[in-house]
Design a protein around this ligand. Structure first.
Ligand code: SF4
Length: 260
């Protein structure tokens, strides 16, 4: 019987971890619904730049900086040709404007060198592994960013792992307790049920914001309490209350990458 390769999870056969993951994904859909997808999906280069802008800020400010950049420079040619100070000014609301503007310019230059134009649509014909290899070969593009492009722009069934998804997967005992989201990404590849990459990723982020917060998790209303292995979960659980509610404006703000 194949088992998890992580020492702390070794007692759990891989099949049991897969069943547990599927159960959690189902419970989250019951409580939070199946997240909508924006159609048509955004262009991959748009998504790549949006993902760069989403780092180290909240989604509202990230969305504002992306929208302002596109308003001032409707094409990527114009962004690439703009003065660095002007690009920094356009994205200032998202923070870290110096670093992000430099990364955007480097990324655009690398895309032009590799594909001959500011366009990543040739990726649509390639396999997931090939796309990840090509994107992470661009300076400053990591596995999480590449996975976001695959999921949110190319519609592939992948499961990006940012720090929030990493926190939840480790608390729930699905992934090893490390400080490394890339290790969690590798572990989760084998576990997420087919066709559930978008739903599970999106609902975990929503769940992490509303219930399993980084500090002060709301274990008393957590529908996943019985499945949780977090050592510091808060005891004295009461019966879980329904979490489902009508989508609000805040949902659209926080799901930036579905709203590029
Ligand atoms: S029981 Fe607490 S720590 Fe565990 S998943 Fe629920 S909210 Fe998070």
């Amino acid at each position: 019987m194949s088992r998890s390769t992580d020492p702390k999870l070794r007692r759990l056969p891989l099949a049991a971890l897969r069943r547990k993951t599927a159960r959690i994904a189902r419970l989250l859909e019951q409580h939070l619904g199946v997240p909508d997808r924006r159609m048509p999906l955004p262009e991959p280069l748009d998504m790549l730049v949006a993902t760069i802008l989403s780092q180290n800020t909240n989604d509202k400010n990230s969305h504002r900086s992306y929208t302002e950049l596109r308003r001032r420079y409707p094409t990527w040619e114009l962004v690439a040709g703009a003065r660095p100070a002007a690009v920094r000014s356009a994205i200032r609301t998202g923070g870290m404007a110096n670093q992000k503007s430099a990364r955007i310019r480097e990324t655009l230059a690398a895309v032009l060198r590799r594909y001959g134009k500011y366009d990543l649509s040739p990726l649509r014909r390639k396999s997931n592994d090939r796309i990840i290899g090509e994107l992470t070969g661009l300076k400053g593009v990591g596995a999480k960013t590449a996975a976001c492009v695959l999921l949110f722009s190319l519609g592939r069934d992948v499961f990006p792992v940012d720090v929030h998804v990493h926190r939840l997967c480790t608390r729930l005992g699905l992934a090893p307790e490390t400080k490394n989201p890339e290790r969690t990404y590798a572990a989760m590849k084998d576990l997420v049920p087919r066709g559930k990459g978008h739903s599970f990723h999106t609902n975990l982020i929503r769940f992490g914001r509303t219930v399993c917060r980084s500090s002060n998790p709301r274990c008393g209303v957590c529908p996943l309490y019985a499945l949780c292995t977090f050592e510091r979960r808060i005891e004295g659980k009461t019966a879980p209350k329904p979490l489902r509610r009508a989508p609000s404006r805040a949902d659209h703000d926080f799901m930036l990458l579905d709203n590029v």
